[in-house]
Design a protein around this ligand. Sequence first.
Ligand code: F6P
Ligand code: MG
Length: 473
Amino acid sequence: LTAVAAAYLTSDPTSFAYPTARTRWPVIITQAIDDAYRSVSASEDPEKHEEGKKIVAELVNLKYEVQHDRALTPIRDDGYPDVAIYNRELEQLGNPTWLNVSWLYSECYLFRRISTSFSLSTHWRNYDVFARQKIKTFLSSRPAVIELAARYKDLVTQLREGKSRGAPVDEEAERILFMEMCEICLWGNATDLSLLTSLTYEDIQKLQGSEARKAAEKNILINNLPAVYDLLVAAKKAGKKERQVDIVLDNAGFELYVDLILAGYLLSVGLATTVVLHPKSIPWFVSDVLPSDFASLLNALANPRHFYETPTEDDELQGKTPEPLSETEVDELSFLFQEWSGFHAEGQLRMRSNRVWTHPGSFWRLPHEDPELIEDLKASELVIFKGDLNYRKLVGDANWDPTTAFTTAIGPLGPGSGINVMALRTCKADVVVGLKPGEDEKLRETEGGGGDSGARKWAWNGKWAVVSFSKGT
Ligand code: F6P
Ligand code: MG
């Protein structure tokens, strides 16, 4: 990969890596420090308290190292085999410093480093330092959650009624519905927590309503959804009994919620018979899904009143009481719980953890890193990669010419791999491929698009998206 395109570096003033390393990472670490401090202060067990203080001190130190451009130090051995992978690569990179290093490597390293502070402890081993933020943001997306729950219930009920009446299938309507479900799932990614260092909650809510979605369709620069739909329909029509769809997840909260909307829809209309979800195994890029986030989401839906009506720590501080849910709202949210927990119990909706997703570096390495996983993905009808980081990893976070074909940029996962890959990505970094000639130039000329600064700023803020597909055969 490095022979064909160069990696983005934190030292490059035209890359989003530059402000990310200097401004956004310190904010992210500070938030982790605040969260840990809060939990440490609340812990009454003296041993746990002492250990917690040490963790906070380590995080403070990490922030210092980043801001003072110190060298990245080897990851301490916490018993997981990826430590060796991280450290070997660190050596190969020539023991770089924070502000002059590959963006992709160093950002993965950052979260792996944070996780060791906890994983090496006794009392904080399974602590998720970003859980509070994830829950808080999910709570703030309540209007969109409720709107979608109502729409989903309506849809699934209609589908079932139609089926039981033996109503003919309107293929055009099905195609449009499929596109809409995928687009909901796509834009659910526009609001991840690592970008929230600059967005307000009001902005998030604006991004999430259905009006916003329609308006945003023109912002999908590449939309390969029709080809993906044809593929899933063809497999169904061919009478294939087992048809699996995999989703390599990105963020928890609202995004996971819309992932489940898509998964539930695919299962309900029979475009898939099983959906396998791939979460992360350590707290990752602030907002990414851990298995415990999946459990929390189902819990919230199982007891919507408890979830939405219990005052949060912040509510209590501000003397606020959350607005109660209406009967209908409770009913719609509970419907989702019934549906999804039903699929889960039947084994149609599964979670499969794999530490490979939190390795550093690109997915060009997957075939070599985990051949067994590759075999699994080959057996799948479609593998959906959600979000910006997964996209960066697919294309190696390298400085491709933006007109390079997606099928080329994903290297060994491209045609011939046997894997059908779809990326649903809102753009929050520099790299982008598959554009028409001249399109990048035009976007740079838009307001805030970067102009002649040499920076592809239009691609930094989640306003634009790409839905790219590569057929494995
Ligand atoms: O804003 C950039 C960024 O923090 C990247 O570092 C990372 O790729 C991305 O956001 C995380 O976004 P997502 O959750 O969509 O992968
Ligand atoms: Mg993420």
